[in-house]
Design a binder for this molecule. Sequence first.
Ligand SMILES: [Fe+2]
Ligand SMILES: [Fe+2]
Length: 193
Amino acid sequence: METFESSHVSKKKNTHVDLPGDIPQADLVKRFIRVNHAGEFGAKRIYEGQLAVLKDTQEAATIEHMKDQELHHLETFEKLIVDRQVRPTIFHPIWNAAGFALGVGTALLGPKAAMACTVAVEEVIDEHYADQVAQLTEDEKDLKETINRFREEELEHRDTAIDLGGETTPGYPVLRKTIRAGSKLAIWLSERF
Ligand SMILES: [Fe+2]
Ligand SMILES: [Fe+2]
């Protein structure tokens, strides 16, 4: 019998929403900057939420390091928002609260659940950034390089969280699935609004 876990690993559902093919590159770039700015802000808030709960644990320094990298990602997209005159997402206040709540909520379940959250979020961000890089032309070489560099750091976060037992937390498959769905919804909304 196929277990829930094996089914959710093997039947990799493609919930990715394709961008319409007729979006001009300039609009696509604005959309990417808007959503990445939102995502990096959300990531910072998740790690802040985790630290609010786990500040005295042995995971604190690792989480702090990941938060600092998110801060650098966020500052980069903040600059791009200004330089390229991109309107930030209207959901910004929501991601402020939701990101922090997600960080606190998972950390309250324990350090491993916090790491499970990081694994799930960073997996989605990895796919999201890879997707963007594939769509950008060579005219946006610098932006592509930035996204690729950040993507590598997101993958480091994922690997660190796996090393710290993220995948061994009780209820991991459900937690992962839920957080993935939430992250993808946040991406979808931030790209468009
Ligand atoms: Fe990031
Ligand atoms: Fe990250």
